[in-house]
Design a protein around this ligand. Sequence first.
Ligand SMILES: NC(=O)c1ccc[n+]([C@@H]2O[C@H](COP(=O)([O-])OP(=O)(O)OC[C@H]3O[C@@H](n4cnc5c(N)ncnc54)[C@H](O)[C@@H]3O)[C@@H](O)[C@H]2O)c1
Length: 338
Amino acid sequence: MKKKINFGVIGAGRIGKVHTATLVQNVAPAEVIAVADVNLESARELAQQFEIEMAVENYREIIEHPDIDAVIICSPTETHVQYIIEAAQAGKHIFCEKPLDMELKKIKQALDVVEKAGVKLMVGFNRRFDPNFHRIHEMVAAGKIGEPHILKITSRDPAPPPAKYVAGSGGMFLDMTMHDFDMARHIVGSEVSEVYARTAVLVDPEIGKAGDIDTAIINLSFENGALGVIDNSRKAVYGYDQRLEIFGSAGMVNVDNNYPDNHRYYNADGVHKNLPLNFFMDRYLEAYANEMNEFCNCIIHDLEPSVNGKDGYMAVAIALAANKSRLENRPVKMSEVL
Ligand SMILES: NC(=O)c1ccc[n+]([C@@H]2O[C@H](COP(=O)([O-])OP(=O)(O)OC[C@H]3O[C@@H](n4cnc5c(N)ncnc54)[C@H](O)[C@@H]3O)[C@@H](O)[C@H]2O)c1
């Protein structure tokens, strides 16, 4: 049994930095030995920050490195399938950021290669590892709210991404709502059967010009009969708004946002508290550490990751149904995209 897992990180951008810092600082069995980025300067900066030996431009140096056991794919979405396939063929375990791709056919091809290679594949749905959402999942699974009837997810970012990022991201549903689609099927414990998306561009006209949306209300129907609603905005002026409620035949459970601390200040103008933690790099730090610890544990003890390729596939399928719904302005059955 291996006790130390050697990692190579591909992509030294926003999430590559988060995962590298997490692995170095919060995951005992992990050693990051290489970082790759097409922008060599980004790879070098990250490597230097965490005293990582190797910074390279070409991801193949990571995939072909004999001492690397696992790769963390944090490059842009359009590279994920290719890197998964090459890493699996080289016998590396794989953690890949969401979404796996924008096309189900390509995802299926990658999952087939992973299965044949017999390596682990975990997908970056970090919110499942957030202690708040994890608690709700456990309570629903234990029957504490009875039969689930209504799910409500509020998911609003503090600021929209640059229009350039939007263009390569596959749009808001594949990029941002992706997490909420995964959370919905995870918490309700049933597959989505129908999606109806109402959308708008209310935050940034540049996002509209790039063919995307920044505001949405998405209605979900589940195979077990439950109903769900997700509301998204690319800009909440008060910070990262991440709340969830699930109501059922025997009760209701919800979680509020996380705050930097719990103080309240009272004066003549009112009662004041902090804004919520500002974005994913703050709100989900504990979740990222839990996620990476599970990935290491799965490699060391030969276990199947709790978030696997099928989860990655299904969340993309729901996003594609939502896109179809928005473009055709009608409810779309999952059977139309699957
Ligand atoms: N789970 C999460 O919380 C989370 C958060 C943010 C982003 N993501 C996902 O992670 C991926 C990256 O997003 P980001 O926000 O870090 O983007 P980013 O633009 O900040 O970083 C991407 C990095 O990849 C590099 N890069 C570009 N092309 C490359 C290639 N062909 N090979 C290797 N490196 C390449 C870029 O130079 C850049 O440094 C996206 O798929 C996104 O959906 C997930």
